[in-house]
Design a protein around this ligand. Structure first.
Ligand code: SF4
Length: 437
């Protein structure tokens, strides 16, 4: 899907469109581009959020294109009772001939009557709802009032005008944040959706290290929101939650600085930093983590053999590119040609940036044609990119990895390091087989 150029919320600098390096920081080469982008919009995040909170419903207020995108991103969702849907804005709504609010109210009343288990209803804005300036914040307020005691109605934007692929989750969490109660109780708050089994594993490990209380956001039940306050240490599990992180800090929480938990090194440092934030000494941490590190390294070894020395180009898509680049270069021996990222949040990326090899080229934003030209000129062994670019690049002879797969797969933690490396080794093996045939 082609999204017209926008400025990212965290990129306040006024660089001209162009490709000259803007700055050098920590020995890294930083560029910024602002042209046509090829990324999924924030509606995509509904695919993992609706699995995380089964008592929530995500109602996209958009067009048939939006409905098609969510359906395709989710694969063939043959649920008897799906937990997302689209209120399709028809031509009459778009032309202002019908009152879209009346139709929305009717549709929501009908949905809630049919689905008594829904506890939180998210109205998700789209490009069409923004173009006709449908005020979903007001609609959410009105619907919360008319269905008081039965359901909470919240709203956020997943529009491609405002969001990239993973920012939808950031916006959804920001919508939940005002409902989080205030408390200064000491707790570790893991922020960002994890696969349930991975989260259970982290909870058990933190418990064994002696972290007193661990909670997560988003919760598994949309109404079980964790409290937040001065005793809260926020540990980000995903690198695309800039708005949520800042809003939690605004509520009194402090941010644990650590690399993201991808690979053995990142996962170990992530858990160790959280333990240190509670004053837990190195010994109990090592007792828990050392066997995991050992096992993780063993699982990684066969994939490292395939990946070492291979050249990697990451196009901007998921916002996970910098920590993945750190993992793939340091633990898998890959050579980084370029690391693209939709927007560069230096604070949230600081620990991972510091671990990148000197001279790594980082490109913030996108001018897709120029980036593709660089891909063709550099002939990397592997390109990590969005779905829309993968097929054309494969047709040109490049091995590709879909970045969307990295958001849907359980890749966090030492236990998953081998599987994570395998996700990148697989396309190389496939291409090697094809060229052999
Ligand atoms: S929100 Fe915008 S970019 Fe996303 S599917 Fe709808 S029209 Fe396309």
């Amino acid at each position: 899907m082609v999204v017209t150029p926008t400025s990212s919320p965290l990129s306040a600098a006024t660089a001209q469109p162009g490709q000259a390096p803007l700055a050098s920081s920590q020995g890294l080469e930083l560029r910024r581009e602002n042209g046509q982008r090829e990324v999924f919009c924030g509606l995509t995040s509904i695919v993992w959020l609706h699995r995380r909170m089964p008592d929530a419903f995500f109602l996209v207020v958009g067009s048939r294109t939006c409905a098609h995108l969510v359906q395709s991103a989710a694969g063939v969702m043959i649920f008897a009772e799906p937990r997302f849907g689209t209120a399709i804005l028809g031509e009459r709504d778009l032309a202002g001939l019908a009152d879209a609010n009346d139709e929305l109210d009717r549709l929501v009343a009908d949905l809630l009557q049919r689905r008594p288990e829904i506890r939180t209803l998210f109205l998700v804005g789209s490009c069409p709802s923004e173009v006709i300036k449908l005020d979903l914040a007001k609609a959410a307020e009105r619907l919360t009032h008319s269905h008081r005691g039965r359901v909470r109605v919240l709203n956020y934007s997943g529009s491609g005008i405002e969001t990239t692929f993973t920012q939808g989750e950031d916006n959804a969490l920001l919508a939940l944040l005002p409902l989080m109660p205030a408390s200064d109780e000491e707790q570790l708050l893991i922020v960002g959706t994890l696969a349930d089994a991975v989260e259970d594993r982290f909870m058990a490990l933190f418990g064994r290290m002696g972290v007193p209380l661990v909670r997560s956001l988003p919760p598994r039940r949309s109404t079980d929101l964790p409290p937040v306050g001065k005793g809260t240490r926020v540990l980000l599990a995903q690198p695309f939650l800039s708005g949520t992180a800042r809003a939690l800090v605004h509520r009194g929480a402090s941010l644990v600085e650590a690399p993201y938990p991808f690979g053995v090194e990142g996962s170990r440092d992530w858990m160790a930093a959280a333990a240190a934030a509670f004053g837990i000494g190195a010994e109990p941490v090592a007792a828990v983590l050392d066997p995991l590190v050992e096992r993780g390294r063993r699982a990684l070894a066969p994939h490292r053999d395939k990946l070492a020395g291979k050249r990697l180009f990451l196009l901007p898509d998921s916002q996970m590119e910098i920590p993945l680049a750190r993992f793939l270069s340091r633990e898998c021996g890959m050579e980084l040609v370029e690391v693209g990222v939709p927007y560069l949040d230096r604070q949230l990326m600081a620990a991972d940036l510091a671990l990148l090899p000197a001279g790594t080229r980082i490109c913030e934003g996108q001018d897709v044609e120029l980036q593709l030209e660089r891909v063709r000129a550099e002939r990397p062994d592997l390109v990590v990119c969005g779905l829309g670019l993968a097929n054309p690049l494969e047709a040109e002879g490049f091995a590709t990895k879909w970045s969307i797969e990295l958001v849907f797969s359980p890749i966090h933690g030492c236990d998953q390091a081998g599987d994570l490396a395998e996700l990148f080794a697989r396309p190389l093996s496939r291409r090697a087989l094809l060229s052999f045939a």
